[in-house]
Design a protein around this ligand. Structure first.
Ligand SMILES: [Zn+2]
Length: 381
């Protein structure tokens, strides 16, 4: 056990330890030099803090897959002690249930997914998820479960019953902290924690699929907004044409760039046929995709201008159309962005695919400092 040492600056030292633990909880494995820079502390201070926290069992070390230094050695990375247990993420999508688990060092130890019918009741999806969580934990020797972050399809601002019932059912079953959030927002957060947006301060995330949604990350924090609607990029108006949107409005981005709207405009039944039509140079298909991409780029550019964001991530099944979609999207983003003389906003392709929503549930738990997880404590506590 760590011996308490009385020291005149103990209060400040404990504050530094808390800062360091919070940083590792949010960002995962970090080398000591980067920790010193992020926390505004000297390397000597970070070295002393990490030595004591390692001795107390609060931290672990890894060399990860960081680039080797000139000496040929990889820098040692510090993490929260990964042996304290696992954090689980769940994605209750419209047509799938996905679960993922990671340790406190941000190492993803498993994911699994099953398809479900779009009519499956939410209570049934929650039961499927609970069984998948138990089975995933069993494959890891049933470690301690620290918390569950759950993504739910659709705007959670309008799903109070689903959110409350899912929360209560999972809490009854597992007895750990449960967090619920919109699954598209969580997928965006996951790209920030593990994917293409890792290390970026500000990011706008746009998902083009059956629905069109997004996420807003500013100063490294996923924003939810005053009415829990931040990131609803699919419901920004893009045309005066009376195209009905499921939100009740006319002319939303989703009514132009949602999967069904795009397929209808292109005159094909599914995305495979759309890809084939594009490959064959079909003019109607090309026009429909360019129109959807232009509308999406216009909305992203507007949000980038309003928030002064320079990085965007595009995700969702429509991105399987590749450059047919991405080239006009990138071009629209540039054309509609504020001409500052600097580089236009960058467009990145999402990296995480299907497990992103579930991974984001884990990321949201790790990033929420108000949520008490039984993770590491300071050396003196
Ligand atoms: Zn709408």
């Amino acid at each position: 056990m760590h011996q308490r040492r009385e020291h005149p600056s103990r209060g400040r030292r404990e504050a530094h330890e808390v800062q360091l633990l919070d940083h590792l909880r949010a960002h995962g494995a970090t080398d000591r030099a980067a920790l010193a820079e992020a926390l505004g502390l000297s390397r000597a201070t970070v070295s002393t803090l990490t030595r004591d926290l390692l001795a107390s069992g609060a931290l672990g070390v890894t060399t990860g897959s960081t680039p080797r230094r000139r000496t040929g050695r990889r820098p040692e990375l510090v993490t929260l002690n990964p042996s304290v247990g696992l954090i689980v993420g769940v994605d209750l999508g419209h047509t799938h249930v996905t679960v993922a688990a990671a340790d406190a060092a941000h190492v993803v130890v498993g994911t699994r997914s099953v398809r479900c019918d779009v009519t499956t009741p939410w209570s049934e999806r929650t039961r499927i998820a609970a069984a998948m969580v138990r089975s995933l934990l069993a494959t890891r020797g049933t470690p301690r479960l620290l918390g569950i972050g759950v993504g739910v399809a659709g705007s959670i601002a309008h799903r109070e019953t689903v959110v409350t019932d899912t929360h209560d059912e999972l809490q009854r079953t597992f007895g750990v902290p449960i967090l619920l959030e919109n699954n598209t927002r969580l997928a965006g957060l996951a790209e920030h924690v593990w994917g293409v947006a890792r290390g970026m301060r500000d990011v706008l995330y746009l998902r083009l699929a059956a629905g069109v949604g997004g996420a807003v990350i500013l100063d490294g924090v996923m924003r939810v907004g005053a009415r829990n609607l931040a990131g609803e990029l699919g419901h920004v108006s893009v045309t005066d044409e009376p195209l009905a949107c499921r939100c009740g409005k006319l002319g939303c981005l989703e009514s132009v760039a949602g999967r069904q709207a795009l397929l209808d405009a292109a005159g094909v039944a599914d995305l495979d046929l759309l890809a084939a039509a594009l490959a064959a140079g079909d003019r109607r298909a090309e026009t429909a995709v360019v129109r959807a991409a232009d509308a999406a780029g216009r909305v992203l550019a507007g949000a980038c201008t309003a928030l002064d964001v320079t990085d965007t991530v595009v995700a969702g099944e429509l991105t399987t159309l590749g450059d047919h979609l991405l080239t006009p999207l990138r071009s629209a983003l540039t054309r509609h962005a504020l001409p500052t003389g600097a580089e236009p906003p960058r467009l990145h392709l999402a990296q995480l695919g299907q497990p992103a929503g579930a991974l984001g549930g884990i990321g949201a738990l790790l990033r929420d400092p108000d949520l008490a997880l039984p993770l590491a404590t300071t050396a003196a506590s």
